[in-house]
Design a protein around this ligand. Structure first.
Ligand code: DX5
Ligand code: ZN
Length: 217
C-alpha cells in the first residue's frame, strides 16, 4: 500500500488552527497527527481536549491522536468523544498495556502503541496481534523539530518482521525528525505512515511538501 502521511499540527500556526486544518483538508495527507503532552510524561505541554474537538469540527481527515501523557486510560473515552479515529498510548506509560489497548478498542477507536527510542520492539511480542498501529518514536517525545535517531531503521525492520511472523495487521508509523532525506529509507524499511511536523509546516508550501513525501512511496 502507498505510504500514508500524517502532518503533526504541533508545528502549525495555533493562532490560525481552522485555516491550518482546512489547508490539510485540501492536501494529500491521510491523517492529522495530534500531539497531546501533559508536562509529566514529557517535559512539555501542548494542548488538550477542547482544542482537539475544535480541530475535529473542521477536519475532513481522520485524527491520529498521540497521547504523551501519564494515566492515558483515564482520558481515552474523552479523546474518542473529541473526534479521535486512532488513539495511541505510550508503552512506557501503561502498566497494563493489554488492558489499555482493549479500553481504546471499546470506544470504537483504533488502538496504537508508541515506543520511546529506548524501548525495544520485542516489548510488543505478546501483544502485536491486538494492536492496529505501532508508532516508533524516532526522537525523544516532547518537542517538534528534533534530530532523527538513525537506529530507527533497524527498529522498523525488526517490527516489520514481527508483524509478518505473527500475521498482525498493525501499521508502522514513524514519528520525529521525518523529512525528505530519510523518508524513502523509512518506507523501504517497512514504514506505512510518516508523521511530519516541522518539515511540513516550516516549508514554503506545505501542500506541495505533503505531496512530495507521499510521492516517495
Ligand atoms: C514529538 C511529537 C511529534 C512531533 C514531530 O514529541 O510526537 O509528533 O510533532 O515533529 P517533527 O516532525 O518536527 O519532529
Ligand atoms: Zn507525535
Amino acid at each position: 500500500m502507498a505510504v500514508q502521511i500524517a502532518p503533526s499540527v504541533l508545528a502549525c500556526d495555533f493562532a490560525n488552527i481552522q485555516r491550518e486544518i482546512e489547508m490539510l483538508n485540501r492536501s494529500a495527507c491521510d491523517y492529522i497527527h495530534v500531539d497531546i503532552m501533559d508536562g509529566v510524561f514529557v517535559p512539555n505541554i501542548s494542548f488538550g481536549l477542547p482544542v482537539t474537538a475544535a480541530m475535529h469540527a473542521h477536519a475532513r481527515k481522520p485524527l491520529d491522536v498521540h497521547l504523551m501523557i501519564v494515566n492515558p486510560d483515564q482520558y481515552v473515552a474523552a479523546f474518542r468523544e473529541a473526534g479521535a479515529a486512532i488513539i495511541t498510548v505510550h508503552a512506557e506509560a501503561c502498566t497494563h498495556l493489554h488492558r489499555s489497548i482493549q479500553g481504546i478498542k471499546q470506544t470504537g477507536s483504533q488502538a496504537g502503541v508508541a515506543l520511546n527510542p529506548h524501548t525495544p520492539v520485542s516489548f510488543l511480542e505478546d501483544i502485536i496481534e491486538d494492536i492496529d498501529l505501532v508508532c516508533i518514536m524516532s526522537v525523544n517525545p516532547g518537542f517538534g523539530g528534533q534530530k532523527f535517531i538513525p537506529r530507527t531503521y533497524d527498529k522498523v525492520r525488526a517490527l516489520k518482521e514481527l508483524i509478518v511472523k505473527r500475521g498482525s495487521q498493525a501499521k508502522i508509523e514513524i514519528d520525529g525528525g521525518v523529512q525528505s532525506g530519510n523518508a524513502a529509507a523509512l518506507i523501504e524499511a517497512g514504514a506505512d505512515i510518516l508523521v511530519a511536523g516541522s518539515f511540513v509546516f516550516q516549508s514554503e508550501d506545505p501542500i506541495a511538501t505533503i505531496a512530495q513525501l507521499k510521492a516517495l512511496g
